[in-house]
Write a protein that binds this ligand. Structure first.
Ligand code: CUA
Length: 316
């Protein structure tokens, strides 16, 4: 059936369930639409003017009927709610051990940075059978990353990270679209996701060259290296040294840990916290420190923040 281009390939762990749910909704809708229209026609004919139907003693109330048309739609609605909520949480909850990929959307291209710092533009290579979590942000306007074959999509916002995940089940090359109208070349903001076997993926990773490097433009071709360079260029290293100083906490080994803040609360050092601390350093000051860091708001691109995050993550 999937040879007919009515639906895209099912290539992720939740594709089949999303499709099953979709067809169930279409089925329920079709059933009631047809039933209601058939009865409208049937009654129009049966009780049309001039027809000698018995119109005496028309019932004015029927408790059984009332109960039936409350209970049946309620049951159907709750079943739809329960089923869709189950799928929703599945799609919105990436597994803990998911491979981490960053995505930056900008007019009009997708840029990806994988765990090893490798860049890709309008292309994404992932291994089959492995959960992949994509942390996304926009450099400009609203975009939306959409993988039809994986049955998942998520808005990409300026100013905030959003997350999308999938586990591809079938090697192959699939479409990637921007699914939010974002300007003149929105329709051209497309790409390909390549699902590779683990061996092919390892081979692809080991190949340091390739088109991604060539198209990354000017940088080293690796986000970790670019992040390390940026860390010096933006003179982060003068305060954030490999051990904590009086002026700033160290960033070594800090990623993923919980740190205590001045106001007694704690925060987990994740991408969103690092990004906030670069753009608005005064927002969440680590306990025991003064707000000494200047803001980098307006002086750093989202891509550079991703490079810095990649670098800070690598500091062990
Ligand atoms: Cu980006 Cu539409």
């Amino acid at each position: 059936m999937w040879d007919f281009p009515f639906l895209p390939n099912q290539a992720s762990t939740f594709a089949a369930e999303v499709d099953a749910f979709y067809f169930a909704l279409v089925g329920v809708t079709a059933f009631f639409t047809i039933a209601i229209y058939a009865m409208i026609w049937w009654f129009s004919v049966r009780y049309r003017r001039g027809k000698k139907a018995d119109r005496s003693n028309a019932p004015t109330s029927n408790h059984l009927l009332e109960a039936v048309w409350i209970i049946i739609p309620l049951g159907i609605s709750l079943a739809i709610f329960g089923w869709s909520a189950k799928i929703f949480f599945e799609i919105k909850t990436p597994p803990q051990d998911a491979m981490q990929v960053h995505a930056i959307g900008k007019q009009w291209m997708w840029k990806f940075v994988n765990e090893d710092g490798k860049y890709e533009v309008n292309e994404l290579h992932v291994p089959v059978g492995r959960a992949v979590e994509i942390k996304m942000i926009s450099q400009d306007v609203l975009h939306d990353l959409y993988f039809p074959a994986f049955r998942t999509k998520q808005d990409v916002l300026p100013g905030r990270y959003t997350t999308l995940w999938f586990e591809a089940t079938t090697p192959g090359t699939y479409h990637m679209f921007c699914a939010e109208y974002c300007g003149l070349l929105h329709s051209g903001m497309i790409g390909k996701v390549h699902v590779l076997t683990q061996d092919d993926y390892d081979a692809w990773l080991a190949d340091a060259g390739g088109s991604a490097t060539a198209s990354s433009g000017g940088g080293s071709g690796n986000a970790l290296v670019d992040g390390a360079k940026l860390f010096e260029e933006k003179v982060c290293h003068t305060c954030h040294k490999s051990e904590a100083t009086a002026i700033a906490p160290t960033l070594v080994g800090v990623y993923g840990t919980d740190v205590q803040l001045q106001d007694g609360t704690t925060v987990t050092v994740d991408d969103a916290y690092i990004r906030e601390s670069i753009k608005n350093p005064g927002a969440k000051i680590v306990a025991g420190y003064q707000p000494a860091m200047p803001t980098y708001e307006g002086q750093i691109t989202e891509e550079q923040i991703v490079q810095l995050i990649a670098y800070i993550k690598s500091l062990k």
